[in-house]
Design a binder for this molecule. Structure first.
Ligand code: NAD
Ligand code: UDP
Length: 339
């Protein structure tokens, strides 16, 4: 089976995807510089897979370090998870975000081209749709200028991939637009381990649940939604990981640009999430209403039919699975990965 270089493979989504790739018979090679992950994840991945997954320590901005991976393994394709992803930080450090994400993807694609490796899957995001004109979002919904540097790096990399595909038509470029990944592997061995106070809803909920934080601040309860709180399409990270396997199965060696939403097609409000999480932990999770967060879109959920029709993939895990598995991970690892 094909050998797949998984850049950013030590991170939250990457680690889950490495496991699903191995389960499906692919040979993943992890490439990461641990700027937002910890080496401890590697042993956990190996434990779940029941074998050693090769690892190369490197930065996607370094040609030399990428060459090391390409020279040591016969790489058939690359899934690029390596990127910085904190919206607020990107506003403060735009150059770091453009350098790491856009320049990193540029160097990676250039090295791929040189090695005649033409299968690329990119971690894009529903953020490329900006504030939607209407929901659900299809792949045809307009891509908009983002309201933060993080989001704009996703828009820019999508364009870079499309332009390169036109110039080098052998490329199979797969742009996967994730909605809101949550949950963790059933084993409780791997999960999301943000640095500092979490920006995202689910890790914040899990940290309140284990007593690391006192209560959730719900950002805004006066939005034009059924309960006044914002609506998102939360997707279990294992379903998302399997979406990458389905994309590989379908798009490997299929030249062109292939764009897919990876979501469930169902929107839940922040209050829905608090209710579901309270059910998972068997008690009321404390929360307070707080002012709106700058830049939040009101509603964002996918039309997931294209991936179902073309890739034969759809999300199967429920909201109860998402909350139970997120909590299981945090309960077993109250302080995340500890080296
Ligand atoms: P993560 O931070 O857990 O994983 C990213 C990994 O990439 C980390 O292990 C980090 O050390 C590594 N990395 C970053 N820059 C690197 C570089 N220059 N060279 C080598 N390694 C590098 O994040 P995640 O949640 O797993 O997200 C993975 C990708 O998916 C990111 O590109 C992110 O923007 C995208 N995405 C995430 C979400 C989400 O909500 N988690 C939503 C949409 C898109
Ligand atoms: N949210 C919240 N409190 C938090 C974190 C998030 O109320 O501490 C809300 C946020 O305003 C948004 C939803 O939860 O409406 C999802 O936020 P997240 O940052 O997880 O995802 P994104 O907004 O990037 O889709």
């Amino acid at each position: 089976m094909a050998t797949i270089l998984v850049t950013g493979g030590a991170g939250y989504i990457g680690s889950h995807t490495v496991i699903e790739l191995a389960n499906a018979g692919y040979d993943p090679v992890i490439f990461d510089n641990f700027c937002n992950s910890k080496p401890a994840v590697l042993a956990r991945i190996n434990k779940i897979c029941g074998k050693n997954i090769p690892f190369v320590c490197g930065d996607i901005r370094s040609r030399e370090q990428l060459e090391q991976a390409f020279n040591n393994y016969k790489i058939d394709g690359v899934i690029n998870f390596a990127g910085l992803k904190a919206v607020g930080e990107s506003v403060k450090k735009p150059l770091e975000y453009y350098d790491n994400n856009v320049n990193g993807a540029r160097v990676l694609l250039d090295v791929m081209k040189e090695h005649k490796c033409y299968n690329f899957i990119f971690s894009s995001s529903a953020t490329v749709y900006g504030e939607p004109d209407s929901v659900p979002l299809t792949e045809e919904s307009p891509v908009k200028r983002a309201n933060c540097p993080y989001g704009q790096t996703k828009v820019d990399i999508e364009y870079m991939c499309q332009e390169l595909q036109k110039a080098v038509p052998e490329f199979s470029m797969v742009l996967l637009r994730y909605f809101n990944p949550v949950g963790a592997h059933k084993s409780g061995l791997i999960g999301e381990d943000p640095r500092g106070i979490p920006n995202n809803l689910m890790p914040y909920l899990t940290q309140v649940a284990v007593g690391r934080l006192p209560y959730l601040n719900i950002f805004g309860n006066d939005y034009p939604t059924p309960d006044g709180t914002c609506v998102r399409d939360y997707i279990h990270v294992v379903d998302l990981a399997k979406g990458h396997v389905a994309a590989l199965n379908h798009c490997l060696n299929m030249p062109g640009t292939h764009i897919y939403n990876l979501g469930t097609g169902v929107g839940y409000s922040v209050l829905d999430m608090v209710k579901a999480f309270s059910k998972a932990i068997g008690r009321e999770l404390p929360y307070r209403f707080a002012p709106r967060r700058a830049g939040d879109v009101v509603q964002c959920y996918s039309d997931a039919t294209k991936a179902k029709k073309e890739l034969g993939w759809s999300a199967t895990l429920s909201l109860d699975d998402m909350t139970a598995d997120s909590y299981n991970w945090q309960k077993n690892n109250p302080n995340g990965y500890e080296d």
